[in-house]
Design a protein around this ligand. Structure first.
Ligand code: COA
Ligand code: AMP
Length: 634
C-alpha cells in the first residue's frame, strides 16, 4: 500500500480547522461547536468551542445503543490473581452508570475532582468513566508512588472523594494501600471527607468508619446515572507528571479535543477497526494507560486489555505472547524496557513457539527511545512491523509516529518516524532560530497544538506558560532534544531538563534530590540518570555529608535509599548513592549534572569553561568507578 501520509500531513498543516472538523464527525456531540479553534488567547488553544458532549457516552453508551452491547469492551487479564474477567460494553456501562450513582451520592458533581489510587483492576476503569459520566474530573495516581507524592496530588487537586483499593499485587508481593492512603490523608492540608474502598480478596483493608464507603454494598444499592453533557473545553482529567522541580505538574485534558484526537489516532496511527483487540501494556496511572487502555480503544469500539502482570515473572517471558494469542490481540503497545526484559530472560524467544500469534499485526513502542538493537530483535523474533513512536503526558497522543493506518513508511531504527498530522515539529538552534536538518537542539512544536494536547496546567496557567510557551514564543517546548533528518524523520535523543526515564516511567531527579536533602547528615546532593541496559536509565545519587558526620557511609546510603522509597515510592528505583567530598560546580554554583552523567556513561565531554575546580570531576570519576561506571575526557 502506498502511504497517504504526505497528503494527510499536508492537509492537516494547511487547513487544520477543516481537518479536525472532519475528524470530529466521528464523535457524538449533544451540541455542535461554534468555532473549531479559538486561539485568541494564544499560546493557549481551545478546540471545539461551544460544543457539548459526554466522554463516557462516546466511550460506552453509543456502542450499546448501536447494538454492540454484547461485544467485549474490557478484558482484565491478571496472572497475579490467576484470573481473566471479560466485561461487555453493556456490563461496563451498567457498572459505570451505577458507580456514577455512588459518586453522586457522595456529593460528586460536575467539575469536582476525584482521586483514583488503584491497581490495574476493572473498578479503576469504572471509576474513571463514572467521573466522566458526571462531568467530574478524575486524577489517577500511580500505585507505585508513596504517601507524600499522593498527598501532594491531594493538595493540588483538592478532591471531593478518593477511590482506592485495599491492595495492589506486584508479581507475588501484596502491597497494602491503607498505610499509604492513611498517611497521605494525614499529610495533606486539603481534607477529604469521603473515600470509596474496593476490597480485594488478596488482602482486605480495615475501613475507617465515617470515611470509607464500601464499594460492593454501595454498588448494590446505587441507582444508575445518565451522562451529563459538558463543554468540549471542560476538563476530563488532571494527570500529574514530573517536571524540573520536585512539584509534579497537573496536566489538564479537555473532553472534546481529546475524543476527536484519540478517535482519529486509533484508525490512522494504529490501523485499528472497531471490534478488534488492542492492548496497551502500561498502567492506568500513566498517560498511555489513560489514552490507550481506557479512552481511545473504547471510544473506537475496540476490545481493550487491562493487564495486571509484568512482561517477565508472571509467570515467565512468554506472558506477552500468551496474552496476544489468548485474546487475539491485533496491536500491542508497550515500552521498550518490557522487550529488553523479555529478551534478557529468553534471548531466543523460545516461548513464542508455544503460542499462535496469527492475529497479531503490529508492535508499537513508546515511553523512551527504542534502541535499534531492541527494535531489530523484536522485529526479527516477531516477524512483524515494530514501530517506535514518541509522545508525552502533555500531548496525550503521539507527536511522532509511523502512521500505520495511513500506510506505513519505511522504518529507520532509532527514529519514531515522522511528525503525526496536526503537529508541526521543529528543532531550535543556538540563536533561537529554527535549525536546519541534521542539527541537534531542543525540539519544539509550532502553536497552536492540535486537539487533545494540554490546554493548561491545573490551577497554574502561569506555570504552564513558563514551562512550555515562554522559551520560544510561538512554540511549545517539548523538553526533549534531538534532530530531524533530511527525509523529515525525527530522532529524539535526550531530555533537556531534570526528567529521567526509568523503565518507561517519567521521574524527576529534582524530586529525588529534595528527598535526599531531608536526610539529617546530607549537606548537598545531586541525582543524575545513568544508562541501564534493562531500564534505559536509573537514578544515581551523590551526597556531600555535613562536617563532623562520622557514621559509616554504608549506613547512611541505606537510609538514603529508604528515604527516596518513602518520599517518592518504589517506582523511583533509586538503589544507589555515593558519598563524595565535593560536587562539581560552575563558578556561579550550578552543579554540573550533565558532565557527571557523561562521565558515568563513558560519553565524551568537554571540560566546562565555567567549572570552579576541575579536580572535583576526578573525584566523581573515581567514585563512579567503585560502582562500575567510568569515563574519559574528550
Ligand atoms: N505499585 C506498587 N509498586 C510498584 C508498582 C505499582 N503499581 N509498579 C512498580 N512498583 C515497584 C516494583 O515492585 C519495584 O519495587 P522493588 O524496588 O521493591 O522491587 C519498583 O517499583 C520498581 O519497579 P519497576 O521499575 O517496574 O522494576 P521491576 O524490576 O519490578 O520490573 C520491568 C522491570 C522492565 C519488568 C518493568 O519495569 C516493566 O514491566 N516495565 C514496563 C513499563 C511500562 O509499561 N511503562 C509504561 C510506559 S508505556
Ligand atoms: P511521559 O510523559 O511519561 O509519557 O514521558 C514523556 C517523555 O518520554 C518524552 O518527553 C521523552 O523524553 C520520552 N519518550 C517517550 N516516548 C519516546 C520515544 N519514542 N523516543 C524517545 N523518547 C521518548
Amino acid at each position: 500500500m502506498t502511504s497517504r501520509y504526505d497528503e494527510v500531513y499536508a492537509r492537516a498543516k494547511t487547513a487544520p480547522e477543516a481537518f479536525w472538523a472532519e475528524a470530529a464527525e466521528a464523535v457524538s456531540w449533544t451540541k455542535r461547536w461554534d468555532r473549531v479553534l479559538d486561539f485568541d488567547r494564544a499560546p493557549f488553544a481551545r478546540w471545539f468551542v461551544g460544543a457539548e458532549l459526554n466522554t463516557c457516552y462516546n466511550v460506552l453508551d453509543r456502542h450499546v445503543e448501536a447494538g454492540r452491547g454484547a461485544q467485549i469492551a474490557l478484558i482484565h487479564d491478571s496472572p497475579v490473581t490467576q484470573s481473566v474477567q471479560k466485561l461487555s460494553y453493556a456490563e461496563l456501562l451498567d457498572r459505570t452508570a451505577r458507580f456514577a450513582g455512588v459518586l453522586k451520592g457522595a456529593g460528586v458533581g460536575r467539575g469536582d475532582r476525584v482521586i483514583i489510587y488503584m491497581p490495574m483492576i476493572p473498578e479503576a476503569v469504572v471509576a474513571m468513566l463514572a467521573c466522566a459520566r458526571l462531568g467530574a474530573i478524575h486524577s489517577v495516581v500511580f500505585g507505585g508512588f508513596a504517601a507524600p507524592e499522593l498527598a501532594a496530588r491531594i493538595d493540588d487537586a483538592s478532591p471531593k472523594v478518593i477511590v482506592w483499593a485495599s491492595c495492589g499485587i506486584e508479581v507475588n508481593r501484596v502491597i497494602p494501600y491503607k498505610p499509604m492512603i492513611d498517611e497521605a490523608l494525614k499529610l495533606a492540608t486539603h481534607k477529604v471527607a469521603r473515600c470509596v474502598l474496593i476490597q480485594r480478596t488478596a488482602q482486605r483493608a480495615e475501613p475507617v468508619p465515617g470515611r470509607d464507603l464500601d464499594y460492593e454494598s454501595e454498588m448494590a444499592r446505587a441507582m444508575p446515572v445518565a451522562c451529563l453533557p459538558v463543554l468540549a473545553t471542560d476538563p476530563l482529567y488532571v494527570l500529574y507528571t514530573s517536571g524540573t522541580t520536585g512539584k509534579p505538574k497537573g496536566i489538564v485534558r479537555d473532553n472534546g479535543g481529546h475524543m476527536v484526537a484519540l478517535n482519529w489516532s486509533m484508525k490512522n496511527i494504529y490501523a485499528m477497526k472497531p471490534g478488534e483487540v488492542f492492548w496497551a501494556a502500561s498502567d492506568i496511572g500513566w498517560v498511555v494507560g489513560h489514552s490507550y487502555i481506557v479512552y481511545a480503544p473504547l471510544a473506537y469500539g475496540c476490545t481493550s486489555i487491562l493487564y495486571e502482570g509484568k512482561p517477565v515473572g508472571t509467570p515467565d517471558a512468554g506472558a506477552y505472547w500468551r496474552l496476544i494469542a489468548e485474546h487475539q490481540v491485533k496491536v500491542l503497545f508497550t515500552a521498550p524496557t518490557a522487550f529488553r526484559a523479555i529478551r534478557r530472560e529468553d534471548p531466543e524467544a523460545t516461548h513464542l513457539s508455544r503460542h499462535d500469534l496469527s492475529r497479531f499485526e503490529i508492535l508499537f513502542l513508546a515511553g523512551e527511545r527504542t534502541d535499534p538493537d531492541t527494535l531489530i530483535w523484536a522485529q526479527t523474533k516477531l516477524n512483524r512491523p515494530v514501530f517506535d513512536h514518541w509522545w508525552q503526558t502533555e500531548t496525550g497522543w503521539p507527536m511522532g509516529a509511523n502512521c500505520a493506518g495511513l500506510g506505513a513508511l519505511p522504518v529507520k531504527p532509532g527514529s519514531p518516524t515522522k511528525a503525526v498530522p496536526g503537529y508541526r515539529i521543529g528543532v531550535m538552534d543556538e540563536k533561537d532560530k529554527p535549525a536546519p536538518a541534521e542539527t541537534i537542539g531542543p525540539i519544539v512544536v509550532e502553536l497552536p497544538l492540535p486537539p487533545g494536547c494540554l490546554p493548561t496546567l491545573w490551577n497554574n496557567e502561569d506555570g504552564c506558560r513558563r514551562a512550555y510557551f515562554e522559551r520560544y514564543p510561538g512554540y511549545y517546548l517539548t523538553g526533549d532534544a534531538g534532530y530531524i533528518d533530511r527525509d523529515g524523520y525525527l530522532y529524539i535523543m535526550s531530555r533537556t531538563d531534570d526528567v529521567i526515564n526509568v523503565a518507561g516511567h517519567r521521574l524527576s531527579t529534582g524530586a529525588m534530590e529534595e528527598a535526599l536533602a531531608r536526610h539529617r547528615d546530607v549537606a548537598e546532593c545531586a541525582v543524575i540518570g545513568v544508562s541501564d541496559s534493562l531500564k534505559g536509565q536509573v537514578p544515581l545519587g551523590f551526597v556531600v555529608l555535613k562536617a563532623g558526620v562520622n557514621r559509616p557511609d554504608a549506613d547512611i546510603l541505606k537510609e538514603l535509599v529508604q528515604l527516596v522509597r518513602e518520599q517518592i515510592g518504589p517506582v523511583a528505583a533509586f538503589r544507589q548513592a555515593l558519598v563524595v567530598n565535593r560536587l562539581p560546580k560552575t563558578r556561579s554554583g550550578k552543579i554540573l549534572r550533565g558532565t557527571m552523567r557523561k562521565i558515568a556513561d563513558c560519553e565524551a565531554y568537554a571540560m566546562p569553561a565555567t567549572i570552579d575546580d576541575p579536580a572535583t570531576l576526578d573525584e566523581i570519576r573515581s567514585a563512579l568507578r567503585t560502582v562500575g561506571y567510568a569515563g574519559t575526557t574528550a
